[in-house]
Design a protein around this ligand. Structure first.
Ligand SMILES: Cc1cc2nc3c(=O)[nH]c(=O)nc-3n(C[C@H](O)[C@H](O)[C@H](O)COP(=O)(O)O)c2cc1C
Length: 321
């Protein structure tokens, strides 16, 4: 059967536009009992920092209507351990691996980017400037235009691999920050990370999460994600990796139609670990039924011009590089 889902994303040829969302797929092998990870377009791995982190104390997850709050706090084994495990993961997963990199301060972002640059198994980088669950760094970078500019610019200087900058939805003007990271050399933008929220245990009269606040994800955030991708794709010329509450083929199509070129599946995989396979099949059927030669034809279709201007701008950039 002809592949109607293959895309070129930031210069990489992907079998399909379906990726995992960082933090929801471990380091690639955790879902092996449910599906073959090689069925994905690419795997975005759990966020990594220079030093190992044990994450936040106390309760880290709370269920909410149509979603969940998490305050994991970037628990991860640190870059040295990451370097050791990646070659064996790559032996089992022959798709592009995407490292999600994080830092407390600018220097740490630069340092980790340099380390990742040397790991040949990592083909793309997601620069996370939007984690709401760490005390220092994280969201502070993504919520402040000047800091977003500096971190993107400095990391770009040391990183030649394709770089997606993952933005925080916890801002008033997402378009301003998206334009800044594009200006400073981002090859793509990931939207959205989680929305800052909280939940209360009324018997204890205390916040449920040990960290008090956490990041809201799942279907509850989908309308916010769609709105932000729609706004950003009217203003930039680089591709968007869309995420936030995707749990079905219909959801995925909505993301493409507002302007996402690829999609990441996160919270939806916790309830349905075979979600990527179901969406892949659903998208294939949708393309056949609607005479769509390639899924990229519908990127931005919900814009007033059907996405023509944005797709042309992206093509011009792709040709230049
Ligand atoms: C448990 C959990 C851990 C996460 N860890 C990370 C992370 O390490 N790095 C990151 O950039 N995003 C992280 N995220 C955010 C997701 O990648 C995604 O942006 C967000 O959850 C919205 O997508 P979803 O609604 O499909 O989950 C995490 C989300 C969850 C639920």
């Amino acid at each position: 059967m002809k592949n109607r889902l293959n895309i070129n994303f930031l210069g990489l040829e992907l079998k399909n536009p379906i990726m995992t969302a960082s933090g929801c797929f471990g380091y690639g092998l955790e879902y092996k009992d449910y599906f073959d990870p090689n069925e994905l377009g690419a795997a975005v791995l759990k966020g990594i920092t220079m030093e190992p982190r044990s994450g936040n104390k106390g309760t880290r997850i709370a269920e909410t209507p149509s979603g969940m709050l998490n305050s994991v706090g970037l628990e991860n084994p640190g870059i040295e351990e990451f370097k050791k495990i990646i070659p064996s993961i790559k032996k089992e997963i022959d798709i592009p691996l995407v490292a999600n990199i994080n830092g407390k301060i600018l220097e740490e972002y630069i340092e980790i980017a340099k380390e990742i640059e040397k790991i040949e198994e990592i083909e793309m980088v997601e620069l996370n400037i939007s984690c709401p669950n760490v005390k220092d760094g994280g969201m502070a970078f993504g919520a402040n235009p000047d800091m977003a500019r500096v971190v993107t610019k400095e990391v770009r200087k040391v990183l030649t691999k394709p770089m997606i900058v993952k933005l925080s939805p916890n801002v008033t003007n997402i378009v301003e920050i998206a334009k800044i990271v594009e200006e400073e050399g981002a090859d793509g933008i990931a939207l959205i990370n989680t929305l800052l929220g909280m939940a209360i245990d009324i018997r204890k009269r205390k916040p449920i999460l040990g960290n008090i606040m956490g990041g809201l994800s799942g279907p509850a955030v989908k309308p916010v994600a769609l709105r932000m991708i729609y706004q950003v794709t009217q203003a930039v010329s680089i591709p968007i990796l869309g995420m936030g509450g995707i749990t079905s083929t219909n959801d995925a199509i909505e993301f493409f139609m507002v302007g996402a070129s690829g999609i990441s599946l996160g919270t939806g995989m916790f309830g349905n670990p075979r979600l990527p396979i179901e969406i892949k099949k659903g998208l294939e059927e949708y393309c056949i039924e609607n005479n769509i030669e390639n899924i990229s034809e519908i990127v931005g279709a919900a814009h007033s011009d059907g996405g023509v201007a944005y797709r042309e701008r992206m093509n011009r950039i792709a040709k230049k590089s």
